[in-house]
Design a protein around this ligand. Structure first.
Ligand SMILES: C[S@@+](CC[C@H](N)C(=O)[O-])C[C@H]1O[C@@H](n2cnc3c(N)ncnc32)[C@H](O)[C@@H]1O
Length: 360
């Protein structure tokens, strides 16, 4: 730290300072709002507003069997953040169709309460992260609060429901094979949301979900039972570099390739377990290749989660490559081809996802 007076060129620009303070105020409100969104979801406040709104705070409290004074304050915070509408004439709060789609419709691909659950719980291991920043050691996915695993499932799950089959159709000839009976391995499957979606869509195929995290595999098995597909989907505890099996027609990795400690070794192992005419589908968070092009609201979210969850997990495993959640197409291609694949292309994309196809 220097004790020299600031140089003339370093003097504070009032407008830039005001802008930064305003940004901080928005972010501070958003940080607290994450807990309020979780409360609104858990207690069914958004759902009640959607079903019965517009409502006064007393009516909402009665509908949801909650305490009016808390609900009133919550509603005002929600209205200030434009998450609910407010009509001063009637003192009633409601949800617009767009607000309902984002906050109350659990099947919507942009349902956000799960994302709030994820982002507010990744920070719970802040002491471990502080230490990791100092030492460079990793922090494993399994060391997180269990809300991280549930939030991940609820955040990504609906988007797999909406897009996954389109993504498979975008791969050359894979959908046709799976329809008549193929073999799928979903690696880094977590609670199995995409695994189960594929088992539902391709009843004549067999699907295996693989994850190194035992607790996630236990939950995935329960989810498969509930979904009625336990007869055609298996779940196994294994790492992406060592899972069993051969001749898979499709290996998938949903939002987890960048989490791997040794992505080159993982690519080499996928190559060994894939049929010669098989395909590897890698779904990654949307990213451009250059840092400066990722300095966007979505890039900010992805870099932030990458800092507290994805990169620490990668650094916690052998090799500790630390690809990061905003690696982009060029870096991903480099790693995948280094692992032995000769063909790599962007097969599909959404505003938040990149879908790559790699072939031997
Ligand atoms: C962000 S979650 C994604 C889960 C799931 N694919 C989904 O989209 O819902 C990342 C997952 O990768 C798993 N994972 C991380 N490193 C792994 C490894 N080396 N081998 C297998 N799984 C791994 C974690 O346990 C976690 O379940």
């Amino acid at each position: 730290m220097t004790t020299e007076p600031r140089a003339e060129s370093d003097t504070i620009n009032e407008q830039k300072l005001t802008e930064l303070v305003e940004t901080s105020l928005v972010d501070l409100g958003a940080t607290v709002h994450a807990s309020l969104a979780i409360i609104g979801d858990e207690l069914g406040l958004y759902a009640a507003l959607d079903n019965a709104g517009p409502l006064t705070s007393a009516e909402l409290a009665q509908e949801t069997d909650t305490a009016e004074r808390y609900v009133r304050e919550w509603l005002r915070a929600q209205a200030a953040g434009r998450y609910v509408t407010y009509d001063p004439e009637t003192d009633r709060y409601g949800l617009s169709p767009e607000q309902a789609y984002v906050l109350a419709d659990k099947e919507s691909p942009v349902f956000m309460p799960g994302a709030f659950q994820l982002v507010s719980s990744v920070a719970k291991i802040e002491p471990e992260l502080l230490e990791a920043f100092r030492t460079g050691e990793g922090v494993g996915w399994h060391e997180h609060d269990e809300d991280v695993f549930h939030g991940t499932e609820r955040f990504f799950g609906p988007s797999y429901g909406a897009y996954l089959l389109d993504w498979i159709e975008a791969l050359g000839g894979v959908d046709e094979k799976l329809k008549v009976g193929g073999r799928i391995a979903d690696v880094g499957c977590g609670h199995g949301a995409p695994t189960i979606r594929m088992a539902e869509a391709y009843p004549d195929s067999t699907v295996v979900g693989i994850d190194y995290h035992e607790e996630s595999i236990t939950v995935a098995r329960e989810r498969a039972e509930t979904a009625g597909v336990a007869d055609r989907v298996d779940f196994e505890v294994a790492t992406a570099r060592e899972y069993d099996g051969a001749d898979y027609d499709l290996v998938t990795m949903f939002n987890c390739f960048h989490d791997m400690g040794d992505p080159v070794g993982v690519a080499a192992h996928v190559r060994e377990t894939l049929a010669d005419d098989g395909a590897w589908m890698i779904v990654e968070p949307y990213a451009e290749d250059r840092v400066e092009d990722n300095l966007t609201p979505f890039g900010r979210l992805a870099y932030s989660i990458s800092t507290v969850a994805c990169t620490p997990n990668s650094l916690n495993q052998e090799v500790g490559y630390g690809l990061g959640a905003q690696a982009g197409e060029d870096q991903t291609r480099e790693v995948v081809t280094e692992g032995g694949f000769t063909r790599f292309r962007r097969a599909a994309e959404t505003p938040t996802s990149l879908v790559f196809e790699a072939k031997p």
